[in-house]
Write a protein that binds this ligand. Sequence first.
Ligand SMILES: [Fe+2]
Ligand SMILES: [Fe+2]
Length: 199
Amino acid sequence: MVYSEKYTSWTRDDILTEVKSKMKIQRFEHILRVEKSALELAQRYKGNLEACSLAAILHDYAKELPKETMDSIVQEEQWNPEILQYGSQIWHGPAGAYFAEKKFGITDETILTAIRDHTIGSEKMSLTGKILFVADYIEPGRKFPGVQNARALAMESLDQAVMFKITQTIIHLVEKGILVYPETLTVYNAWVRNKEEIY
Ligand SMILES: [Fe+2]
Ligand SMILES: [Fe+2]
């Protein structure tokens, strides 16, 4: 994959070298699998291959960064500090978008938003956003119960796969007694309201 100038001046290899240096090998391999799944979905649903590749290889860049780094980004960008309470599981999305822009020079809002929202989804997602959100959930390394359903749905309807992930994620959090980031429920409600358009 060669990226056009309008997206980034970095090559894919240089991005991967940098991404790899910031995380455990298992997570790096996850990222490569997400990219592969994202490109398959992009082909199926006529998405933008370059945008999907970039969003995929950068989506978890911030996942293993120390909380202090996130603290300083929240200060610098004047984000609502409430996000810090929900852990890296939630904040690595916005932090990833921050680095995609500041470090890798990406200005394309669709890519940045896809990365920013990949942890919880959003009310209105672009095709690239939906592809990343679903690819992250169904990549071949995922083993959770229901992943086969998710993969089958993704072949039929991207929207149904997005809805499935949003719903299953909330069920999982509630069952495990984990805090639910309030925005997650807002996203869920928005998708439930849109249900007639999806099914
Ligand atoms: Fe992630
Ligand atoms: Fe991921």
